[in-house]
Design a protein around this ligand. Sequence first.
Ligand code: PMP
Length: 443
Amino acid sequence: KEKGNEGFVPLYSSWEDFYTRNVYIRIRDCWNRPICSVPGERIKLLERSTPSFGWAFSMTGNTIECINMGSYNYLGFAECFGPCADNSIAAIDKYGVAGCSAREDVGTTAMHLELEELVARFVGCEAAVTFGMGFATNSANIPALVDRHCAVLSDSLNHCSLITGVRLSGAFVKTFKHNDMKDLEDKLKELVIAGHPRTRRPFQKILIIVEGVYSMEGSICKLPEIIALKKKYKAYLFLDEAHSIGALGPRGRGVVDFFGLNPRDVDIMMGTFTKSFGSAGGYIAGSRELITFLKHTSGGMIYSAAMPSAVAQQILTSMRIIMGEDGTGEGMRRIRQLAENTRYFRAELKKRGFIIYGHKDSPVVPLLLFYPTKIATFGRFMLQRGIAVVVVGFPATPVKLGRARFCLSAAHTKEMLDRVIQATDEVGDILNIKYSRKHGPNA
Ligand code: PMP
C-alpha cells in the first residue's frame, strides 16, 4: 500500500480477480456474445458492431450462423419443435408462464408431481423432488444433508455448485485427487479413524460427492469402485449427473446405466434438466425417506418459486421420448446417434494429433490448447470458419491447461462434424497445437 492511500480499495483484490477480468474480457471478445436463435445444432450469434471491449453490441446488428459445438444439447431437445414445443405451449395456456409461489405454498401443480414420479422411474429410485435451478439443487440441498458434525469427501474437480453447497453446510471438507481411488480410500480411512481433527469426535456422517461426467475433463467417475468404498467405510454417496443423465448408458440413464449398476447403491442421485432434456432445473432422487425429508427441509423447496410450467412440460415430453413411451423409437435413436457422433469426433481429432481429454464415450470433448494466449485466438479462428465452440481457461482450469470444449449432440449430422473437424485441423496447424507425439503429424 502506498503511504496516504490506506483507505483505497483496489479494483482487483487478488491475482485471480485481475487475471479473470483481463483475460476473460478477451475471451468474451470472441465467444460470449448474445445469441439470437434456439441453441440447436446450429446457432445464430450477434455480430459485433464495434471492435471494443466488453458488451458493446448493437442489438440490431447482423447475425452469423454457426455450427453449435458449445451448448449442452446432448440429445437435441433444445431444438424444441414437434411434441416438445406443442406440449409446452399448451402448458402455458393452462398454467401460465410462472407459478408465482413456492412449492410448499400454492406453487405445486399436478404436473410437478407427475414429473417427480417420472424422474424417479427414469433413474430407478423410489422417489424424486425437482427444483427450478440446477445450481441451487446442489447449493440448497447439500446444507440440508450435512452439517458441522459431518465430513464431506469431495472430488477435486467438483462443480462450483457442489463446492458452494458444501461450504454453506459447514461440514468438515477434504478433497481427494480427481478420480483417484487410492487417495479417496486413504482419506476415508483417515476420517473414520481420526474423527474431527479438532474435537477428535467421530463424524455423524461422511458424504462422498462426485460427478458422473466431469464437464471440463470429459472423464467418467469410477462409480463401481466408489460404491465399493462407500459400503466398506459406511459412508453416503452423492452423485451429480448433470452431464451424464440422458447422455450416457445404453438407455440414457446416466453413469449407473453405463456401468450396469443398481441405482439404489447411490444414496443421493442428483441431476439437471439443462442439458439432455433441453429445459431447466434440477432433481434429487433416492429413497422415499430422503425425498420426504428434503421436501420439508430444503431451502430450495420452501423459499424458492416453483419450476415454471413450460419448463416442467419440456422435461416430461423429452423424458418420455427418451424412455420410449411415445412408441416411436426416437429416444433410442438419439441415444445411439450421440454415442456414434462422440466416438467418431473424438477419434478423428486424435488422429490429427490433438490432445483430447476424457473417456471415449464422453460427449464433452476437451481439446488441450495449454497456453493462455492461444485460448481466445482459437475461439476467434473457429468462429471465422463458422464454428461456435467454447474456450476455457483459468480459473475454470489450471493456468497452463487452457482448452477448447466441444459438446456433441445427437442433432449434429456427419457433414457438420466433418466441417468442424476440418476447421479444427486448419486452426490446429496455424496455432501449432497438434501436440500429440503418438498420433501427431510427426508420429
Ligand atoms: N452440476 C454440474 C456438474 C454442472 O456442470 C452444472 C452446470 N453446468 C450444474 C450442476 C448447475 O446446473 P444448471 O446450469 O442447470 O443450474
